[in-house]
Design a protein around this ligand. Structure first.
Ligand SMILES: Nc1ncnc2c1ncn2[C@@H]1O[C@H](COP(=O)(O)OP(=O)(O)OP(=O)(O)O)[C@@H](O)[C@H]1O
Ligand SMILES: O=P(O)(O)OC[C@H]1O[C@H](OP(=O)(O)OP(=O)(O)O)[C@H](O)[C@@H]1O
Ligand SMILES: [Mg+2]
Length: 282
């Protein structure tokens, strides 16, 4: 049975469970459940603190985990990313009161408050900057106002939390992060159950980012049309009853669907339809 760690709280928890559900796995019904077995799919899910997931996975007792890229780096655990999941996207940045610092080189002798001590200490060391790091569990934006630190390093998504605290980011982003699937470094890469799990999640990612597009066009316009809708491998082209016309079917990125429909219309394609993809295996 495949043993998988899933975040039990925070920003990663809801989207991770939703994605697993979409991939056909049973998920817990109540937020207090710590583990559930999905016998049909031969998978056991363990609901753990996002911060602890890389540690469990690196121990080898759990096969796979879903966590944040930043949390993996912060943990220093012997685990690696095997699939990016496209949600919980954020950057990790330094911030302070306006005028405090312009870049990492200005941090020498200052104190940085963060919940991600592993990332920050390594980043400072890599840049040869001698600053102190104080660990706080959360709400680090308040640390400056309360005199615990001059600077913070934290997750930034919209920047609202920083603005509300009167703080500004400075310097280069320390890292980018998103939700990822991780495995222990050195684990058997070709394990069929793991591969099947990854294919299912990839299917969800594709179904979320692509739509199916169908249209009719004149044979003379086919080359131009196919250039607009190359599909993942190659589009399906079928003859129509009316001579000189073909029907074309291809997957296109959902974000570009409207523009592609306009462009197809302009070259004479008609009956242009898009339909949602509910699931897929590439
Ligand atoms: N506002 C946000 N937008 C996007 N991703 C976020 C946001 N806040 C945290 N994350 C991501 O979620 C992960 C942090 O998980 P965590 O469970 O600590 O979230 P949390 O919401 O801060 O919960 P907690 O209350 O335990 O601090 C990290 O990978 C981080 O990049
Ligand atoms: O840029 P924003 O969109 O404002 O998002 C970033 C904020 O979200 C997270 O906080 P969270 O709500 O998890 O609280 P915490 O600090 O207690 O972890 C993070 O620590 C930042 O404070
Ligand atoms: Mg948090």
């Amino acid at each position: 049975m495949l043993r998988i760690a899933v975040p039990n709280k925070g920003s990663l928890s809801g989207p991770a469970s939703a994605m697993l559900h979409e991939a056909g796995y049973q998920q817990r019904r109540e937020s207090k459940e710590l583990r559930i077995v999905d016998p049909e799919n031969e998978v056991e899910f363990f609901y753990l603190r996002p911060r602890d997931i890389a540690i469990y996975v690196s121990s080898g007792r759990l096969d796979i985990g879903i966590t944040g890229g930043d949390l993996l780096v912060d943990s220093g655990a012997n685990a690696e990313e095997i699939l990016p999941l496209g949600f919980a996207r954020s950057t990790f940045r330094f911030a302070g009161k306006p005028g405090t610092a312009a870049g990492i080189e200005d941090l020498a002798g200052l104190t940085v408050a963060t919940s991600y001590e592993g990332i920050v200490a390594k980043h400072l060391a890599d840049h040869g900057v001698d600053a102190s790091v104080v660990h706080l569990d959360g709400a680090v934006e308040t640390a400056i106002e309360l005199g615990v630190a001059e600077v913070i390093a934290d997750v930034v998504e919209t920047g609202t939390s920083l603005r509300n605290a009167g703080l500004e980011v400075f310097g280069e982003p320390i890292m980018k992060s998103e939700a990822i699937v991780i495995r222990r470094v050195g684990a058997e890469a070709e394990e069929p159950k793991v591969q099947q799990f990854l294919r299912r999640l990839q299917g969800v990612l594709v179904a979320r980012t692509y739509v199916m597009m169908d249209y009719d066009c004149r044979v003379e316009q086919l080359e131009k049309a196919v250039a607009l809708t190359p599909g993942l491998e190659s589009p399906t082209v079928s003859p129509l009853h009316n001579e000189g016309w073909v029907a074309v079917r291809a997957m296109v990125p959902s974000k570009e669907a409207q523009r592609i429909m306009d462009d197809l219309y302009d070259i004479g394609a008609r009956a242009i339809l898009t339909t949602a993809i509910h699931a897929c295996r590439l």
